[in-house]
Ligand binder design. Structure first.
Ligand code: PBG
Length: 321
């Protein structure tokens, strides 16, 4: 007798019935950029369809996210001026904090307002932390700034803070600072396993990054997975509510291992370069944009991610419609 797995693939109805994994807009988060001083949304060349928003257009985008039933938006700020300490990140009048306040004001609790809790968009050297006299990223001096940053973002209305700088001890320091300031309810989405990746290329254009060199002294080596599990354990022990793996597609083994290991929900970030690759190939007519994007998102879910940050979030909600 021939075993016939194909029997369960013979029609759309039976395929849907046995589908093990599904995508739903409620599990998707849209990353968005807001630029200080912008009067018009500005296209980002390497990310077709993605823009740097104005303070007005980011609110419109947040309303679209609500209508699409997305979980949230992750907001990144693009300041007009930068300094060594990244002061624009912590100041209440800094572009990211202003945008968070504006969006939270308009959407209330209909959408999770998430903040990138990092300094790289705001520092003139482009690193995720402050530097010591030798020009190295100073871990503990950075932690003190992150504590202020997370509280400033919570004060501005963020439901969720997303520490993405890969400093040792950042989750614990941020949790303690939030609690001390009365923000026990603010959620920490820890970028627990964030790799030093070439796939962040287009993002650096999106935020007009000043970085020269790389982030290999704080972001992880793509060669390692045990190290990722260690980072995840540390972040969970320090109070992370969710842990994130980033990028997604080249690190699905890490997503799967994270889901296996922890009891907190696992998120994955389909980063700018992953988006740009699909867009570029689709623009050439070499792959089908919708099918490729959906397959990539489904794969990330199958690997074990509960939540996906993706520039396709609004498109996906429409496709799933
Ligand atoms: C750091 C940060 C980066 C991304 C998200 N948060 C850039 C970096 O680590 O260099 C990249 C996201 C993407 O590529 O889509 N604040």
């Amino acid at each position: 007798m021939i075993e016939r797995p194909r029997r369960l693939r013979q029609s759309p109805v039976i395929r849907a019935m046995v589908a093990e994994t599904r995508l739903h807009p409620s599990q998707l988060v849209l990353p968005v950029f807001v630029a200080e001083g912008a009067h018009e949304p500005r296209p980002i060349t390497s990310m077709p369809g993605v823009v740097q928003h104005t303070l007005t257009s980011i609110v419109d985008q947040a309303h679209r996210a609500v209508e699409a039933g997305l979980a949230g938006i992750m907001v990144f700020g693009v300041p007009e001026t930068k300094d060594a300490r990244g002061s624009g990140a912590t100041e209440p009048g800094g572009i990211l904090n202003v945008a968070l306040r504006e969006v939270r004001d308009k959407v209330g609790d209909d959408l999770l307002v998430m903040a990138d809790t990092c300094l790289d968009e705001f520092t003139d050297h482009g690193h995720c932390g402050v530097l010591d006299a030798q020009g190295r990223v100073d871990n503990d001096a950075t932690l003190a700034v992150y504590a202020q940053l997370a509280v400033a973002q919570a004060r501005a209305g963020a439901h969720v803070v997303g520490p993405s700088g890969m400093m040792d001890g950042q989750v614990g320091v941020i949790r303690a600072a939030l609690d001390a300031a009365g923000f026990e309810e603010v959620v920490v989405l820890a970028y627990a396993a964030k790799y030093a990746s070439a796939f962040y290329g287009p993002f650096r254009e999106a935020v007009q990054s000043s970085l020269r060199g790389d982030r290999r002294t704080y972001q992880q080596d793509p060669a390692n997975i045990r190290e990722a599990l260690r980072e995840i354990d540390l972040d969970v022990a320090q109070g992370a509510d969710l842990v994130m793996v980033k990028p997604a597609m080249s690190y699905l083994d890490v997503v799967a291992a994270a889901a296996e290991r922890t009891t907190v929900p696992v998120a994955a970030y389909q980063v700018s370069g992953e988006y740009a690759m699909i867009e570029a190939a689709a623009a050439q007519g070499w792959i089908d944009r919708e099918r490729a994007a959906r397959e990539s998102l489904l794969s990330i879910r199958r690997a074990g991610a509960q939540v996906i940050l993706t520039y396709y979030a609004l498109d996906a909600a429409e496709w799933l419609g």
